[in-house]
Design a protein around this ligand. Structure first.
Ligand SMILES: [Zn+2]
Length: 489
């Protein structure tokens, strides 16, 4: 039997989120429990497991898995160090390993711990020796020198919004098997660093220019000797010393070819750099556009994206709707633990005056005082995306505020689809206007129902206008933060 080790550590950090993520906000699993939890679904971990399971001569060796339901602020230093240590300890408890699949996101970071994935990969390499290691990763990951030096191939997601987690796990597992079987003899990687942060609609792979680069990557992977090709744009909100974009191509045995292909992709990305910006609309215009459009308006709030590392407590769009006297009905998610606590005190059916928003990111958002009616209170659990483990938003209160509905939760929930709202008894498709705290991911679900999709020009710690953010660690010069940036490749 060949023993293929798997381990998972995924998180996407927003460094400008004012709070830090603690150990208990993560799910943690060890050993066989991982195979139970990641059984089906869209995760890269399941994608890897499913391919490995097909082989009678392979024993899957599950070690450790840590993940959060949503994104968050920098991980507390002790929590980050503990998770790295737990991961490494679980790996070190196994021996006679023939291959490894590390399921990482890439945009995890702790306070003063800038490269958790690299630290783990380095320790795993040291323990297992010269056996194949592959990783499925998000194209928003941070790719450090240390990480790249300790893995044989990275399979990046090839879709944005992301719908190919499982397939990416499949690809990484197939690669590791082909290396283990000796079919790929000498994986070599070409990598080009691009001093560029990217955001915006042209990054959508099905419709935007970025899709052309990804289709080229798919061609490379399908070619003779092609192993993995990806364009990695980093998470622009993970402010770490190796934040940037990268093109990374792994082929069998031909370093020159790998380098040339990585260059070709990098040149494409740099040439089109002026396309990687978001198109944002002021609130006054958003209200007008929605008043004049029948059916559902979905309003993306990329600046307070709980899918990109923001706090989720922005009330900026709600304020805009009220200020510009939006006459239709809106469904508004917000993270607001104090408001939830008050609602639980007064109970369902009560009307009271609450302060909404600005409870976490107090520098960017001012609380909105409003009279609300408490319609529902729940424990905030809703269908999870990781097998049987449900997502947890903490206690959740649903308020009526004039003709609008505000769903306040203690912790962030994914608002990219209707799952969380339905668990509160609210169907977003019954509203005229719904806020998705996400840059693009919500399109997967909402595309077929929305008559109009807009992006609000409001502040937030994950603003699509990256020039508004207080970078401290990211390398400079960086496009578009600085002028006259030279690509350097
Ligand atoms: Zn991503």
């Amino acid at each position: 039997m060949k023993r293929v080790l798997i381990g998972t550590m995924t998180h996407e950090v927003g460094s400008f989120h004012p709070m830090h993520s603690g150990y208990d906000e993560f799910h943690h699993l060890w050993g066989q429990d991982i195979l139970e939890a990641f059984n089906g679904g869209g995760s890269t971990t399941w994608g890897a497991i499913e391919v490995l399971k097909e082989r009678d001569d392979v024993e899957i060796v599950p070690t450790y898995a840590a993940w959060m339901n949503t994104t968050g602020g920098l991980v507390e230093k002790a929590a980050q160090e503990r998770m790295i240590a737990e991961f490494i300890e679980a790996v070190q408890g196994e021996s006679n390993i023939d291959a490894v699949v590390l399921c990482l996101h890439g945009a995890m970071a702790g306070v003063d711990v800038h490269d958790p994935e690299g630290d783990v990969a380095e320790a795993v390499r040291k323990h297992v020796g010269d056996v194949p290691i592959t990783t499925p990763m998000d194209l928003h990951g941070i790719i450090t020198d240390k990480l790249l030096a300790n893995v044989d191939a990275i399979s990046f997601l090839h879709t944005y919004p992301h719908v190919d987690g499982r397939e990416t796990g499949n690809r990484a597992a197939r690669n590791v098997l082909r290396m283990m079987d000796g079919e790929f003899k000498n994986p070599v990687t070409g990598r080009v660093k691009i001093p560029m942060l990217a955001r915006g609609n042209e990054l959508m792979t099905a419709t935007g220019k970025f899709g052309e680069a990804i289709r080229r990557c798919q061609e490379i992977e399908a070619s003779e000797g092609g192993i993995a090709a990806g364009v990695n744009i980093g998470n622009p909100f993970t402010d770490v010393p190796e934040l940037r974009s990268n093109t990374i191509v792994t082929v069998d045995g031909d370093q020159e070819r790998a380098d040339a292909l990585a260059h070709e992709l990098a040149e494409f990305m740099w040439e089109h750099r002026n396309l990687w910006f978001a198109d944002l609309t002021p609130m006054k215009e958003i209200v007008e556009l929605s008043e004049n459009q029948d059916g559902l308006t979905v309003c993306g709030d990329p600046a307070d994206s709980t899918a990109s590392g923001s706090s989720g407590d922005s009330n900026a769009i709600l304020k805009g709707l009220l200020e510009h006297e939006y006459s239709k009905s809106a469904l508004v998610p917000i993270v607001d633990a104090p408001a939830v606590a008050k609602a639980f005190e007064v109970g369902v059916g009560s009307t009271f005056t609450v302060k909404l928003g600005g409870s976490i990111d107090t520098e960017r958002f001012e609380p909105l005082e409003a009279e609300v009616y408490v319609r529902a209170l729940t424990d905030g659990e809703h269908g999870g995306r990781r097998g049987k483990v449900p997502a947890r938003a903490g206690r959740t209160a649903t308020f009526r505020l004039k003709q609008h509905t505000v769903v306040a939760s203690e912790r962030p929930a994914a608002t990219t689809d209707s799952t969380f709202f339905l668990a509160q008894g609210e169907d977003p498709l019954q509203y005229d206007f719904v806020i998705a705290k996400s840059p693009n991911g919500f399109r997967i679900f909402y595309q077929e129902y929305a008559n109009q999709i807009l992006y609000a020009d409001v502040p937030g710690s994950t603003s699509a206008d990256v020039t508004t953010l207080p970078y401290k660690l990211a390398p400079r010069p960086m496009f578009p933060l600085d002028e006259d940036v030279e690509p350097g490749f």
